[in-house]
Each structure stands twice: as structure tokens, then as C-alpha cells.
Design a protein around this ligand. Structure first.
Ligand code: NAD
Length: 358
């Protein structure tokens, strides 16, 4: 089976779907890897390294399996052969038309975001591996924009209290943001609508903010709040947020626009020099004043809504992602490296968003 690794074409995307270490392992399993020249450039991986790992350089698009990070453009879909397998973040809940285009092209698509979040599939969980990068980077950004220290300092020139950091939405990204902010010395508090998260927040040394609203949904995700719950949540958060130097928001509900947790009123109540880092910008943002992709300052509060943070740490983000792709690929091939997709397998069936009928 030939596996193609294209150079990512989306603006600002610096990750690559496979790294040389993983190429080596896949070659050993009988797969033949073709890497587009420059595919690793954004992640600072030279073509040579791929060749030394056993890959060929060439056109990746006619391959049997094409592995990507970002969803393919229409032009890229046009270059896939009919019957090909495509693996990547295909945004199935957001980009229905893109998924239809794959189906029309006769492509069998596996979306990394659709891999079921069960123990057996943890090694393929790219949402988690990339959310860890985002959470880490979010805490760093909050520290960078804040006009105050994160850690407590006791110096001859005086004592500085630790910054208070609140993380709203304590899934994978939120927990990593909490852990990172705490390592930088901040006093950290986490909040979520899934009650089981309280213990996880405490386990990273953070306090748990309890607003008495529970909204656990299917598959370990949150459900959307009712209007009444949302109003109550915003009211309570408006009171709480003024006590924090930095608020990092990560709240998402699959397939929906992000919930508004930080209202304009709440921002008004923050001390000058405080920071909001909104990781939900891609889905509209958790802060009412968020401008996705921009850093804005409102009443002397900085609101940063960075897009695609994993691409800002392309080396490790690619390494982790490549291992997720490797694990999924290994599930799709037999011992000789030939495609053998078992659609009776919960993980294979769950991740599959389009399927070419044999
Ligand atoms: P996510 O990115 O979809 O959402 C981030 C967080 O926002 C979630 O914790 C969610 O509960 C929270 N949220 C949504 N609406 C909210 C609101 N109105 N107010 C406050 N918080 C809100 O979630 P995620 O980080 O991808 O993962 C969520 C969960 O999935 C994990 O914590 C875990 O339970 C489960 N998971 C399981 C596995 C596995 O078993 N392999 C792997 C990863 C995650």
C-alpha cells in the first residue's frame, strides 16, 4: 500500500501528518511512503530526513492512502484517485459540503475527530494530542499578555502575589492550561459543566469552581445549556470573573457554535491589565468580545483569540499527530501492509465519514 504525505496548503498550517520516526515504523510494517518535497518544512523537518527513514519523495496525491492534517481543499480532493483512502481532520460536523465532495470523488474518508473516545482508541486520539498543545500555548499566551507576574515573588523590592487564573471548560485543553499555569506559579481554578471534571481539576492542583449547573452529554462531551441555564451561568460568571487576572476559555459543544461564558459585562469587571485567552475562536468564541484570530484590548483588558495554536508548535504537534495517524493506519492494514478495513470494528466504523462501496 502506498501512503502519500502532502505538504499542507492551509494558511498558517505548519504541521505535517507523518514525521520520519513514524515513517520508519510504517515502512517496517510493509507500507510504502511517498512524501511531497517540502512537506516537513513548516515543522523544520528536511526532505532528507524522510528519505533516510525510507520514504520516497514524489507526488503524494495518487497514493492509495493520503494522510493529512487539515481538511483538503477542493483542488486537493480533485487530485485524489477514486477509491483512495484519506485520513485527516475532515471537520465532518462543520463542513458537510467537504464531506459530500469526498463522497462524490469516491474517497473513503477517516476523520481524526470522529475516532471514538474509548480506551482502545486512545493512541489515535488526535483531538486530545493537539488539545494538549493548545492548552499549553494558551497558558503561555496568558502569561505573556498579562501586565503582572504569574508566580508569587518575595524580593527586597517587595512582595508580589501570585496571579489568579480561571480556566472555563476543563477538558483536555483546559486541564493542560491549568497544569501549565500552575507550573508558572499561578493560583489556578477550573470550571466545567461536566461534574466528573471536578476531580481531574483538583488532581492538577487547581481549585474547582462550582456553579451548580450540570450538563453532561453523550460520548464524554457536554450538551448545550438551556436558555435558563445559560443565563444563570453568565450571571454567576460575571460575579466570579472580576476576581481573576487571567481567564482562559476552552468550552466547546460538538457541532455547535461555542457557548458564551464571558460576557462584555464580565470583561468590564476585570482589573486593567487582565487577560482573556479564548481558545474557542474557531467556533465563534466563548467571550462576547472575541474577534477570532485577533488580539484586542477593551477597557484595558487584553482579549486574545488565537486560531490553530497547535500549528504554532509544529514540531511536537506533528510528532504527536503522526503517532495518532500511525495507530489508525495500523488498524486499517493487515500484517503485510495491505489495506484490510474492517467496518465491523467500532473504531474503524466510527472514524469513517465517507465510504467507497466495493
Ligand atoms: P471539548 O473540547 O469538546 O470541550 C472542552 C470542555 O468544555 C469540555 O470539558 C466541556 O465539558 C466543556 N464545556 C462545554 N460547554 C460548556 C459550558 N457551557 N460551560 C463550561 N464548560 C463547557 O472537550 P474535550 O476536551 O475534547 O474532551 C471532553 C471529554 O472527552 C474529556 O474530558 C473526557 O471525558 C473525554 N475524553 C475521553 C477520551 C478517551 O476515553 N479516550 C479521550 C479524550 C477525551
Amino acid at each position: 500500500t502506498i501512503v502519500g504525505v502532502p505538504r499542507e496548503s492551509a494558511a498558517g498550517e505548519r504541521r505535517v501528518a507523518l514525521v520520519p520516526k513514524v515513517v520508519e515504523r510504517l515502512q517496517a510494517k510493509g507500507l510504502d511512503i511517498v512524501v511531497e518535497p517540502g512537506a516537513g518544512a513548516g515543522a523544520l523537518i528536511p526532505d532528507d530526513s524522510y528519505v533516510r527513514a525510507g520514504a520516497r519523495l514524489g507526488d503524494p496525491w495518487p497514493a492509495d492512502v493520503v494522510v493529512k492534517v487539515a481538511k483538503p481543499s477542493r483542488m486537493e480532493i480533485g487530485r485524489l484517485k477514486s477509491g483512495a483512502v484519506l485520513i485527516g481532520f475532515l471537520a465532518p460536523l462543520i463542513d458537510a459540503e467537504g464531506v459530500r465532495a469526498l463522497a462524490d470523488a469516491g474517497v473513503t474518508g477517516f476523520a481524526m475527530e470522529a475516532v471514538p473516545r474509548i480506551s482502545r482508541a486512545q493512541s489515535m486520539d488526535a483531538l486530545s494530542s493537539q488539545a494538549n498543545v493548545s492548552g499549553y500555548r494558551a497558558a503561555m499566551l496568558a502569561a505573556e499578555h498579562l501586565t503582572r507576574f504569574f508566580p508569587m515573588l518575595t524580593t527586597a523590592a517587595g512582595t508580589v502575589p501570585p496571579a489568579k487564573v480561571l480556566v472555563l471548560g476543563a477538558g483536555v485543553a483546559g486541564l493542560q492550561a491549568l497544569a501549565t499555569a500552575r507550573r508558572l506559579g499561578a493560583h489556578t481554578t477550573g470550571y466545567d459543566v461536566r461534574p466528573e471534571v471536578a476531580e481531574q481539576v483538583r488532581s492538577v492542583g487547581s481549585q474547582w469552581l462550582d456553579l451548580g449547573i450540570e450538563a453532561a452529554g453523550a460520548g464524554g462531551y457536554a450538551r448545550a445549556l438551556t436558555d435558563a441555564e445559560r443565563a444563570e451561568q453568565q450571571r454567576q460568571l460575571e460575579q466570579a470573573i472580576g476576581g481573576f487576572d487571567a481567564v482562559i476559555t476552552t468550552a466547546l459543544v460538538p457541532g455547535r457554535t461555542a457557548p458564551t461564558l464571558v460576557t462584555a459585562e464580565a470583561v468590564k469587571g476585570m482589573r486593567p491589565g487582565s487577560v482573556v485567552v479564548d481558545l474557542a475562536g474557531e467556533s465563534g468564541g466563548n467571550c462576547e468580545l472575541t474577534e477570532p484570530g485577533a488580539v484586542t484590548v477593551v477597557h484595558d483588558v487584553t482579549i486574545a483569540a488565537p486560531l490553530n495554536l497547535p500549528a504554532t508548535m509544529p514540531e511536537h504537534a506533528s510528532e504527536l499527530y503522526a503517532r495518532n495517524v500511525q495507530a489508525l493506519l495500523e488498524l486499517l492494514v493487515d500484517a503485510d501492509g495491505a489495506l484490510a478495513m474492517d467496518f465491523g470494528d467500532e473504531v474503524v466504523a466510527g472514524a469513517c465519514v465517507t465510504r467507497e462501496e466495493p
